[in-house]
Design a protein around this ligand. Structure first.
Ligand code: 8OZ
Length: 369
């Protein structure tokens, strides 16, 4: 329902949490974890600087060594990683913030050099993505992944369940299941990557089965009101294709209703590299799913302040996630409140490196006026 009094600075009740604003920090891969893919002090500083977000969603975090696909991304499978994340959740809470962990398995978007024992990455089917993997030795062509055996699927679900349990131990406020952007769960969902003939392939019901089993496992740890899920119904990143996205994603979104999750997080068509702003798109925006989803919707993808306020006022979403703007503006909610000028994000420091372009963007009160 449209409600013109609602804007980015309006509070929102999300599951058990009172968010002071509707400005969500999007999950952002920054490739700056420490040795052993353990979060460390540099990452603590980065998240704490952004604690004024209504909600922080952590960078994608692998649930297992097999789930890793890029250099220096953090994990949530070792005791050291849990200890590292504890530093972050504690510091964010001391600043009055809330933080969910994003649970991630990359599936085929990996490379043997990033896998335990140099193994092949795993996927629903043995289909190589177009493009190149990011490795510690630079870009390398993607390899053809190994198709998971049906008997291995319970082990995959268990990786997410264990990751969820570890996130609880690490002091997070909730978890987000990463089912977007061409990673393992999305690979199972879409028929361009899933050619299976068992109960995890073929019909939409079968292709959605793994996502729903993972959702069941994760909510068994956290309850439903502290679990979100992210989908990218319009994305082509990581060489994704489906013969009927509208039907596929409508099915999943409806099947998620009974879980009564904290939220559904949708990546807008506007976020896709192939999408030209201002052009009408054949993608599936939040407004497409709003009538068929009963709960909270977070919408993400290249919004500015005005567009964020518009999507909220139109009632097409309840919260808006900002990525690039949060990278460059640690005090983004305050800047929105004052309609202040924004720092410009520097793309060259998005992935990897040190404090430059990570923790050195100035706050408003540090800027010479
Ligand atoms: C950019 C670079 C590497 C990973 C995603 C986790 O798209 C990612 C990602 C984005 O969800």
């Amino acid at each position: 329902m449209s409600n013109s009094t609602v804007n980015l600075l309006s509070p929102y009740k999300l599951g058990p949490y009172e968010l002071p604003n509707r400005v969500v920090m999007a999950p952002l891969t920054r490739n700056r974890a420490g040795e052993g893919n353990v979060p460390h002090q540099l990452n603590v500083t980065y998240y704490v600087q952004r604690a004024s977000a209504g909600l922080i969603i952590s960078e994608a975090t692998q649930v297992s060594p097999q789930g890793m696909g890029y250099p220096s991304t953090p994990g949530i499978h070792s005791p050291e990683q849990v200890e590292g994340w504890k530093l972050i959740t504690k510091a964010v809470h001391e600043k009055g913030g809330r933080i969910f962990l994003q649970l991630w398995h990359v599936g085929r978007i990996s490379h043997p050099s990033l896998q335990p024992d140099g193994a092949l990455p795993v996927a629903p089917s043995a289909i190589a993505p177009e493009g190149e993997a990011d490795t510690y030795e630079g870009s390398k062509p993607f390899v053809t992944p190994r198709a998971l055996e049906t008997e291995e699927i319970p082990g995959i679900v268990e990786q997410y369940r264990q990751g969820a349990e570890n996130a609880l131990a690490a002091g997070f406020d909730g978890v987000e299941i990463h089912a977007a952007n061409g990673y393992l769960l999305d690979q199972f969902l879409q028929d361009g990557t899933n050619k299976r003939t068992d109960e995890y392939g073929g019909s939409i019901e079968n292709r959605a089965r793994l996502i729903l089993e993972v959702t069941e496992a994760v909510t068994s740890i956290w309850g439903s009101d502290r679990v979100g899920i992210r989908l990218s119904p319009s994305g082509t990143f990581n060489d994704m294709h489906d013969s009927d996205r509208g039907a596929t994603f409508s099915y999943v979104v409806k099947a998620l209703n009974p879980f009564d999750l904290a939220y559904l997080h949708l990546v807008e068509p506007r976020a896709d590299d192939n999408f030209t702003p201002g052009e009408s798109s054949n993608g599936f925006p939040s407004s497409f799913f709003r009538p068929i989803y009963n709960g909270t919707i977070i919408s993400a993808g290249g919004y500015d302040r005005e567009q964020g306020n518009q999507v909220l006022a139109a009632g097409e979403a309840d919260l808006v996630a900002y990525g690039r703007l949060f990278i460059a503006n640690p005090d983004l909610p305050q800047r929105f409140a004052l309609n202040a000028e924004l720092n410009k994000p520097d793309r060259s420091t998005f992935y990897g490196g040190d404090e430059k372009g990570y923790t050195d963007y100035p706050f408003l009160d540090q800027q010479a006026s």
